[in-house]
Design a protein around this ligand. Structure first.
Ligand code: PAF
Length: 288
């Protein structure tokens, strides 16, 4: 596995590896099995679609422009050696680990940015203004630098995935964005780098978050109205004072509208003793 820290060397590597499709997995490090699943699914997806075994590029870059709180950025876990070992263990071919200066040579407060549109100000964007602008800007840069045919993103960050798909479609970028289902621990909690911030007791309580999503799904499948299902799950969560729900909603797949019919998502953001967690699941309303 080659570790590359300049844009020039990354471009050279991609140019020298044009004989097979390239799939990319972008990360901010602090890797867990959810990230490794993106790599496994990259191989599976490309092989199934093209019959070719792809080259896989990963990146590790803690992107300053998507943090809206300087303290969060400073405290973000940096575990490079361990991350590289993990990526090596799943057969990644090259890892791009640029410095902030490489990525933002004019300073990151003074750069061209990608505007996400109205969805960027909803849900996760409400409390973190500018977060999705930072995400789209860095993903756009990474796609331009690494020039993959495919790029994999976890469904756990569903709003991020939705906005990246929209950016690629609307800016006519010739890349397939592939969403990968969330990897969960045995108690159902979605894997996330943030889980390491949970105390032992909060970790146990956090499992009530996916339980709430399942409750909404099951209630809707039984034919209950969405509002009723959401209210019941919200009331259930309110019985745990350590959990404060920021939002629990059902939207269509584009996240622009409430779900009336067909496939959509039930999404939640909640704080568990000060640690903000997000999760979502697919939901389907049949008939009408
Ligand atoms: O999901 C993440 O880890 C980050 O938002 C991403 C996509 C790597 C951009 O910095």
């Amino acid at each position: 596995m080659q570790v590359i820290d300049t844009i020039l060397a990354m471009r050279e590597w991609t140019a020298q590896h044009s004989d097979k499709p390239v799939a990319a997995v972008y990360t901010m490090g602090a890797l867990h099995d959810g990230h490794l699943e993106l790599v496994r699914q990259a191989r599976h997806h490309v092989s199934a679609n093209t019959g070719a075994h792809p080259y896989i590029i990963a990146s590790i870059f803690v992107n300053p422009t998507q943090f809206t709180n300087a303290d969060d950025l400073a405290k973000y876990p940096r575990t490079l050696e361990h991350d590289l070992e993990m990526l090596g263990s799943v057969g990644v071919d090259a890892v791009f680990v640029p410095s902030v200066e490489q990525m933002y040579p004019t300073g990151h407060a003074n750069t061209v940015t990608v505007e996400p549109g109205p969805l960027g100000n909803e849900f996760e964007g409400v409390g973190r203004p500018g977060h999705f602008r930072g995400v789209l800007t860095v993903v756009n840069k990474l796609l331009n630098i690494t020039a993959p045919n495919y790029a994999m993103f976890g469904e756990k960050d569903f709003q991020q995935l939705t906005l990246i798909k929209a950016m690629v479609a609307e800016l006519n970028m010739p890349i397939e964005i592939v969403g990968v289902p969330t990897v969960r621990d045995s108690d159902g909690l979605a894997m996330s780098s943030r889980n390491r911030r949970l105390s032992e007791s909060s970790r146990v309580l956090a499992a009530r978050i996916p339980e709430a999503l399942i409750a909404v799904k099951e209630s809707v499948v039984r034919g209950n109205p969405i509002d009723e299902a959401l209210n019941a799950a919200t009331e259930q969560l309110a019985e745990t004072p350590e959990i404060s729900v920021d939002y629990l909603v059902v939207t269509d797949e584009s996240m622009h509208d409430v779900l009336a019919n067909g496939r959509g998502r039930v999404l939640i953001a909640a704080n568990v003793e000060g640690v903000r967690l997000i999760d979502n699941m697919a939901i389907e309303i049949k008939g009408a």
